[in-house]
Design a protein around this ligand. Structure first.
Ligand code: ATP
Ligand code: MG
Ligand code: MG
Length: 373
């Protein structure tokens, strides 16, 4: 059979690999850490730095098709992959989304609203940006940030010192968008140009980490349509091949795009149990040019992330519920804030799913209960 090579061995790589294996593919994975979540379910494991060109070459030699879950593949490795391996996704969209400035510019150029932003390289440019936008606003490193790492929210002059510490790296300053909800749409386009979107997801972040995804999103049918159209437009105009997750803010004045991820996404994990086709199977279908699967939602679902601090409590309760589908990533050390797995809670309606989430014991925190209301 054919082998799919995956750059990056985290949970996204693991879930891609599990889907691909069911479809008859072999898996090769490159990750710097031995026994990564993906390596545990792969046929070939290459342990090396992501930006080790010779390791990238070994991965390509072992593979018929190459894809990635790790977004920060460096310039040289990416160029080599595009020229010498079969990388159906190409490198263009990945390069654009590797940098928040080029990503936001690409979205804005299509006439899609984004938070007003400027490039900030030193204290003087920060000062200028603060005068332009006022408080609150957010300073983010242009590259490398995730789960809220590499960003500082500025609410008053007192926060400037903390923000300046980020300026060792190039940053963008963004105006604060007073959103009423956060949503996301995952769109997948196959090598032959077939496109499918997944149902709109409502996302609740706690301390900047995705806490839960609620589907169907509690938004109007009209807004849902706008969100899907926005994702379709991005897929078309950015010439997507593969999977693109579009994170959006919902405001009184419509939708703003927050950021893009050119890969399967945490907010799409609900598809594994609630949709006719999971985002991971869809990604593999797109890469290997199978017809895309239908994305119909079978049942309302709440996906709750299990972080290191939750794992004990969840494992004590999850077995009591038939409709709580557990997915663990095979990570050994349950570090604080580390994503260890997720649960998809299926129910007749969203309220019942949220109630089960509370019973699972991930809801002790009073603040979390408030966020949901
Ligand atoms: P991810 O883990 O999703 O990649 P990230 O670290 O790249 O996250 P962002 O998505 O840019 O970070 O921001 C994290 C969260 O912070 C957002 O989901 C949102 O809740 C809040 N946030 C970020 N930028 C803004 C903004 N301009 N206005 C309002 N809220 C914001
Ligand atoms: Mg991000
Ligand atoms: Mg984000």
């Amino acid at each position: 059979g054919q082998t799919i090579g995956i750059v990056g061995g985290g949970q996204l790589g693991r879930m891609m690999a599990l889907a691909a294996r069911e479809m008859g593919y072999r898996i090769a994975v490159l990750d710097p850490t031995p026994d990564s979540p993906c390596a545990q379910v792969a046929d070939v494991e290459i342990v090396a730095a992501y930006n080790d060109l010779s390791a990238i070459q070994r991965l390509a030699e072992a593979s018929d098709v190459v894809t990635y879950e790790f977004e920060n593949i460096d310039y040289e490795c990416l160029t080599w992959l595009e020229e010498h391996a079969y990388l159906p996704q190409g490198s263009r969209l990945l390069r654009v989304t590797q940098n928040r400035f080029t990503e936001k510019s690409a979205v804005a150029e299509l006439g899609i609203p984004v938070a007003p932003y400027i490039l900030v390289r030193d204290a003087e440019e920060l000062e200028r940006g603060l005068q332009q936008f006022g408080y609150p606003c957010v300073l983010k490193t242009t590259t490398g940030g995730y789960d809220g790492k590499g960003q500082v929210v500025l609410r008053a002059d007192a926060d400037i010192a903390q923000a300046e510490a980020l300026l060792a790296n190039e940053c963008i300053l963004e105006q604060w968008i007073p959103f009423t909800k956060e949503i996301s749409v995952i769109v997948v386009r196959s090598v032959s140009g077939e496109v499918q979107t997944f149902p709109v997801a409502e996302n609740i972040h706690v301390h900047n980490i995705l806490h839960e995804t609620i589907v169907p999103a509690r938004v109007s049918a009209d807004l849902e349509r706008q969100a899907v159209e926005c994702a379709m437009k991005l897929a078309r105009e950015l010439e997507l091949v593969g999977t693109l997750a579009v994170e959006m803010f919902v405001t009184e004045h419509g939708i703003y795009v927050n950021e893009l991820a050119p890969r399967p996404h945490n907010s799409g994990h609900y598809t594994m149990d609630a949709c006719e086709t999971s985002q991971f199977q869809q990604h593999i279908r797109a890469m290997c040019n199978w017809p895309l699967g239908r994305t119909t939602l079978h049942k309302p679902v709440v996906m709750v992330n299990i972080l290191g601090e939750h794992i004990e409590g969840v494992l004590n309760h999850v077995h009591d519920f038939a409709d709580c589908k557990l997915h663990l990533y095979g990570k050994q050390e349950a570090k604080h804030k580390r994503k260890m797995g997720h649960v998809n809670i299926l129910a007749a309606d969203t309220e019942q799913a949220l109630e089960k989430a509370r019973q699972l014991g991930i809801w002790d925190d009073e603040k979390l209960l408030e966020v949901v209301k």
